[in-house]
Write a protein that binds this ligand. Structure first.
Ligand code: SAM
Length: 275
């Protein structure tokens, strides 16, 4: 998976994402991350990229030219790489004396998605992270000031995405949030394959509480069932805890939760006990 981030603050992106799990995945080559400085594509001798808004009003607006040229640069790099891959693929097939079946092996290079981080976009969630994690390349466009000239957004953006209903100073933190959430779904990035499978938002439920050593901490014990070694009971307890957490912390999710008849009965009884 290859991330390309168009930004005015490339150090923020590379510095913020090169540690821990994502850092290791970058080292292993499971992910690549390139931060492209939009200022490098300014034609102004002071590397200026913003200007006053037409029609007046507060703040500055990022000009379309540098953003468009930065995008074109990245797009060309992606297209060249995909083109080379396709050429190699054809060579392998010729060597093997096999026929190249059109559209089957050839990588499509016209579809790279461009995500514009904006508080006006669709709010990011786990389902979107799963969808984006299937892409080979993703381009992120980070705005600043009052945002970016609308014309270039109309030309290049495929997915306007927000990370929540609040306004930040720039798109770098939202891009990093998205890259982190998407990366951990890329096969091999997490050590334990199952750790991305059973967690919060799976089945529209929040994850159950977690405990580790010591067994007793400041007179608070780990729930008995977790020490029992009885896996079926542990699974049932965890599902019930997930249900309780979801109904208390995120009541908006519980109606969409996928529950068995037994679990629905447990939920009904739990809600009754709270009345
Ligand atoms: N004037 C813009 C508006 O009202 O929609 C807000 C601009 S904001 C100060 C500057 C930049 O921060 C945006 O262009 C966007 O890239 C980023 N940004 C701010 N809040 C965000 C959010 N909740 N999600 C994603 N990006 C955000």
């Amino acid at each position: 998976m290859n991330f390309h981030v168009l930004t005015l603050f490339p150090d923020m992106i590379t510095g913020g994402l090169n540690t821990s799990i994502i850092g290791r995945a970058l080292e292993k080559g499971l992910l690549t991350l390139k931060a492209i400085d939009i200022r490098d594509f300014s034609e102004n001798k002071h590397r200026r990229v913003d200007d006053y808004p037409y029609g007046g009003g507060a703040g500055m607006v990022m000009a379309p030219g540098p953003v468009y040229r930065a995008y074109q640069h990245v797009k060309e790099l992606i297209d060249t790489r995909v083109d080379e891959m396709n050429q190699n693929l054809s060579l392998v097939n010729v060597d093997n004396n096999t026929e190249v079946k059109k559209d089957e092996n050839i990588v499509n290079f016209k579809k790279t998605r461009v995500i514009y981080l904006t508080p006006q976009g669709k709010v990011f969630n786990q389902t979107m992270a799963e969808e984006f994690s299937k892409e080979e390349d993703l381009i992120f466009l980070c705005g600043h000031y009052e945002g970016i000239d609308e014309r270039v957004l109309e030309m290049i953006v495929t997915d306007p995405v927000s990370i929540g209903d609040y306004v930040l100073t720039g798109g770098e933190l939202p891009a990093m949030v998205m890259i982190d959430a998407i990366s951990r779904l890329v096969p091999g990035v997490l050590n334990n394959d199952t750790s991305a499978e059973f967690e919060t938002f799976q089945d529209n439920l929040l994850e159950y509480p977690q405990y580790t050593r010591p067994e007793v901490f400041m007179e608070k014990s780990v729930p008995e069932v977790l020490l029992s070694g009885h896996h079926a009971n542990i699974d049932t307890w965890r599902r019930q805890q997930s249900i309780v957490r979801t109904v208390n912390n995120r009541p908006d999710m519980i109606d969409k939760a996928v529950l068995t008849k037994k679990e629905q009965k447990f939920l009904d009884e739990y809600l009754k006990s709270k009345e």
